[in-house]
Design a protein around this ligand. Structure first.
Ligand SMILES: C[S@@+](CC[C@H](N)C(=O)[O-])C[C@H]1O[C@@H](n2cnc3c(N)ncnc32)[C@H](O)[C@@H]1O
Ligand SMILES: [Zn+2]
Ligand SMILES: [Zn+2]
Ligand SMILES: [Zn+2]
Ligand SMILES: [Zn+2]
Ligand SMILES: [Zn+2]
Ligand SMILES: [Zn+2]
Length: 487
């Protein structure tokens, strides 16, 4: 019942890029026997086996990269021990959790305590045991507080273990206003409990125009919502932990038809390829269910989507999900200690990626956003339109400058170095190659894709030049890099 720790993982820009590079994720063959950990089917990776100096494939947990969080590991060429597989770690079923919740609410306030260590609303006779074990309790929970579990789960001392990256009120308000303007009614919240909660708390008397369903790995939410409003889901392997969950999502998609939108804020350290594959599968479910109800959407094979991710992952996102485009809106979170001083100056590094036409997002003028006619979208106050590039070019929250030699805009910290032929930091080491070599065997003279130690998924030698085509075919959505306008 502990909260998933992947969400606490906010690696910095360099660690995150390296994480994505230092491993290779492979598509799994249909019907291949994939071992599972408690987080559902594992993913297939490759790394260099030091003893044989050959690339070797292994299965690892889809949700957690840290072996301390999930110790599951399995070489592909070693016999699979099926006995060690288990499909769930929920100690209570969803139904039982809901029954407990009703009991919990009946207790007098003085007896209503939440165990923050276990993430469990405690019944009267359980409190002493959790106290004896030294768990941290949040005491005397009010009925109103139960309506906002994401706030409840944030402990007062804001310690690292429970610091989830939750949206600030301004972000939630902006998003709901935008969704209303875009006329979406069914909001599929994948890893966005605070949006789900805000929608559920809209009063019927207010314009209750939205329905929402939360899909999240954090099973603590199962206490608060019935199966039609919450299902435990792993967005890195498209795994539903209860068959009923898949059904409920299908019903939700069917009901919403072309008024469905997915709003998702994944842990940023996760594999983009794995996410893209899950989003594509959710989109297929939507297309199947919504059937002829989808008239207007041309989202590049993807259901209407709002994805939150840092700007410096733009290239990776667009490689995997080419129908998305990045907006300039800086996404604000409640946890202020998230960003270091430098980032604070530039504002949040998190942006919105979407396959909905950019012009339809009115970014708040009071926060300095302005409408750029040539780009037909809102840009942030420091982002000036560059006539030479024909675009608002800033990405990171600083004012970029155009370099006539490079023929493009660069960060203000760079100056053109005529020796290197590119814009560089003033104190750069002239002429030094930045290429890090092969991530598989460590040699500097080639990249991973050209590594002679590589083998393909199932043991055959792989043609180096085929690789990209092979992998693209499986992971990329069917439509090419063109941006599509909806509506
Ligand atoms: C960065 S937080 C986003 C929260 C969001 N900003 C909000 O305020 O609603 C990531 C969310 O994804 C969930 N999560 C983490 N790993 C997941 C996984 N593998 N599958 C599905 N959800 C996951 C977390 O429980 C958390 O709710
Ligand atoms: Zn696992
Ligand atoms: Zn406890
Ligand atoms: Zn512009
Ligand atoms: Zn420029
Ligand atoms: Zn230059
Ligand atoms: Zn130089």
């Amino acid at each position: 019942m502990r909260p998933p720790n992947a969400v606490f993982d906010m690696p910095d820009q360099r660690t995150m890029a390296a994480k994505q590079l230092n491993m290779e994720l492979f598509p799994l063959k249909e019907n291949s026997q994939v071992p599972s950990c408690i987080h559902g089917p594992a993913l297939l990776f490759e790394r260099l086996d030091q003893s044989t100096k050959k690339a070797r494939k292994f299965y690892a947990c889809s949700a957690f990269r840290d072996r301390k969080e999930c110790p599951f590991f399995q070489w592909v060429d070693e016999k699979i021990d099926h006995s060690s597989q288990s499909s769930t770690n929920i100690s209570f079923s969803h139904r039982l959790l809901r029954k407990r919740y009703i009991e919990f609410k009946k207790q007098p306030r003085n007896n209503r305590h939440l165990c923050c260590t276990c993430g469990l609303l405690l019944l009267e006779d359980e409190v002493a045991k959790h106290q004896q074990e030294g768990h941290s309790l949040k005491q005397r929970i009010g009925l109103k507080e139960l309506k906002s579990p994401s706030f409840l789960f944030t402990p007062l001392d804001n310690n690292k273990t429970f610091a989830q990256y939750l949206f600030s009120k301004s972000t939630v308000d902006f998003l709901l206003k935008t969704l209303e303007y875009l006329e979406f009614t069914h909001i599929l919240c994948v890893g966005t409990p605070r949006i789900h909660e805000a929608i559920q708390n809209l009063k019927k008397s207010e314009h209750k125009i939205f329905s929402s369903m939360l899909l999240d790995l954090d099973e603590r939410y199962a206490q608060f919502y019935p199966p039609a409003l919450f299902t435990k889901y792993n967005m890195f392997n498209h795994h539903f932990f209860a068959p009923e969950g898949r059904e409920k999502v299908s019903e939700f998609l069917k009901e919403g038809k072309d008024h469905v939108i997915m709003v998702t804020d994944p842990p940023f350290g996760g594999m983009v390829e794995a996410l893209a594959s899950s989003f594509t599968k959710l989109s297929s479910m939507w297309k199947e269910q919504a059937d002829d109800g989808i008239k207007t959407h041309k989202g590049g094979g993807l259901l209407p989507t709002i994805l939150f991710f840092p700007y410096f992952m733009e290239k990776r996102i667009l490689e995997e999900l080419p129908s998305l485009a990045m907006l300039d809106y800086k996404v604000d979170y409640d946890n202020h200690n998230l960003f270091n001083g430098q980032n604070k100056k530039k504002g949040s590094p998190v942006r919105i990626f979407t396959n909905i036409s950019q012009v339809l997002f009115s970014l708040p003028l009071q926060d300095g956003y302005w409408f750029c006619e040539p780009c037909q979208r809102f840009s942030s106050h420091e982002n000036w339109h560059c006539k030479d590039c024909g675009a608002c070019t800033s990405k990171d929250g600083t004012k970029y400058v155009h370099c006539d030699a490079c023929l493009r805009c660069v960060k203000p910290s760079r100056v053109h170095c005529f020796k290197c032929g590119t814009c560089q930091l003033i104190d750069h080491e002239c002429g030094r190659k930045t290429a890090a070599g092969c991530h598989l065997c460590g040699e500097l003279d080639h990249k991973r894709r050209d590594c002679p130690h590589r083998t393909d998924n199932y043991g055959e030698e792989i043609l180096v030049n085929n690789r990209i085509r092979k992998r693209k075919k499986i992971f990329s959505p069917t439509i090419s890099g063109k941006r599509h306008r909806m509506k």
